[in-house]
Design a protein around this ligand. Structure first.
Ligand code: ZN
Length: 156
């Protein structure tokens, strides 16, 4: 792999944090697909990933399932489609990037937020036995849409 195994380790770690936070099981296939994603030229299409994974005997269904997990976990993101372009392209999100995510317990949607106070606190925090590199902070709750739906229901 040309991108270096350090990047893969960081991506894998981020994936594992996400998996734990969402009570999912670790899966070998998911990790194999992550390896394929890292090996592909960026950006890539779902079709390119399917093709690369077919060589590893990974099913098309698994590729699409895992692709949506990777998007949710912010390992990759879709690029805005250009005019005349037929397929959506994806690219790796810089994995060492610090990130605060709000996760709705009802619809499971994850939203990345920026909170200067928290970011500053974490960036300046010193630990005697640990040297932090990066972080992903998950905040759980209810999103605006689900809260609105609940309030509407109560009003009826
Ligand atoms: Zn929601």
């Amino acid at each position: 792999m040309t991108s270096g195994s350090k990047t893969y380790e960081a991506a894998l770690e981020r994936l594992n944090v996400y998996i734990k936070a969402h009570n999912m099981r670790r899966s070998v296939v998911r990790e194999m697909i992550l390896e394929q994603v890292m090996a592909l030229p960026q950006p890539f299409t779902a079709e390119q990933l399917v093709k690369a994974c077919a060589a590893e005997r990974i099913s098309v269904g698994s590729v699409y399932n895992v692709l949506s997990v990777f998007i949710d976990a912010q390992l990759i993101h879709a690029i805005q489609r250009q005019r005349g372009q037929t397929a959506t392209e994806y690219e790796l999100t810089t994995v060492a990037q610090n990130c605060i995510q709000m996760i709705c317990g009802k619809c499971r949607r994850a939203t990345t937020i920026h909170d200067k106070a928290i970011e500053h606190l974490i960036a300046t925090r010193k630990y005697s036995n640990f040297n932090p590199h990066h972080y992903t902070l998950f905040i759980y709750g209810e999103c605006k849409h689900c809260r609105q739906a609940l309030l509407t229901k109560k009003a009826l």
